[in-house]
Ligand binder design. Structure first.
Ligand SMILES: C[S@@+](CC[C@H](N)C(=O)[O-])C[C@H]1O[C@@H](n2cnc3c(N)ncnc32)[C@H](O)[C@@H]1O
Length: 208
């Protein structure tokens, strides 16, 4: 029987438990403003992966107002550290508001600017690097991330099915960026990579 991914998605949402009051408020903000957060299905996966590898150091390229960072912080706890980045200063203020509301004790930095430049200020090693910036820039992230991830660390990139545009071969620059990124990740011997067809797709490479 053919599987409809939209129906799988809806089914998964229907069995997903409610989140804490802060995450629910952040999700409501995303709905009100049409802001593209990773959402609860992917948020839970981030929490699981961070917990599974006992992550303590996380770096995010493209943090928005902190929704994905909040999920990570729940797994990192007060002994963990997260560096968030975003080009929009307003997002840092919002993230701080939500992190305070949720009484998050994870050590954190939120840097405003171009994530591709900011990551150069950090040697790592990180346990997890999340990539959720503008899609045309995805191919540039690989050589920046590889030297900063520990062996066994995870490089997690969101939106890599890109609403199906990757297989329709749409020719805009963001789609071409995602297609090229996936091709390079599978070919790169520094990573062992799989695409998970969860929500809009995640490319997950484990650093070898
Ligand atoms: C999809 S949203 C991030 C959502 C966030 N990861 C979450 O799920 O809560 C993408 C964000 O990346 C930021 N962004 C895009 N390109 C960037 C870049 N090169 N450097 C820093 N931020 C960038 C945008 O301002 C936007 O807020």
């Amino acid at each position: 029987m053919p599987v409809s991914f939209d129906k799988v998605h809806d089914y998964m949402l229907s069995v997903t438990p409610r989140r804490d009051a802060t995450l629910m408020a952040m999700e409501a903000h995303a709905r009100r403003h049409g802001f593209p957060i990773i959402g609860p299905l992917v948020g839970r996966l981030l929490f699981q992966l961070a917990t599974a590898i006992s992550a303590k150091r996380v770096f995010e390229l493209g943090s928005g107002y902190g929704y994905s960072g909040y999920w990570f912080s729940q797994a990192l706890g007060e002994r963990g550290r997260i560096v968030m980045t975003d080009g929009n200063p307003g997002n840092r203020l919002l993230a701080e508001k939500y992190f305070k509301k949720g009484r998050v004790r994870t050590k954190r930095e939120f840097r405003v600017g171009d994530a591709l430049e900011i990551i150069g200020d950090y040697d790592g090693p990180f346990d997890i690097i999340l990539n959720d910036i503008d899609k045309h820039a995805y191919p540039q992230t690989i050589d920046l991330v590889a030297p900063r991830l520990r062996k066994g660390g995870l490089f997690i990139t969101d939106n890599t099915i890109w609403s199906g545009r990757v297989y329709n071969r749409t020719r805009d620059k963001n789609t071409l960026g995602v297609i090229e990124f996936n091709r390079r990740m599978y070919a790169d011997r520094r990573f062992f990579t799989t695409i998970l067809p969860l929500r809009d797709g995640l490319t997950i490479g484990i650093r070898r």
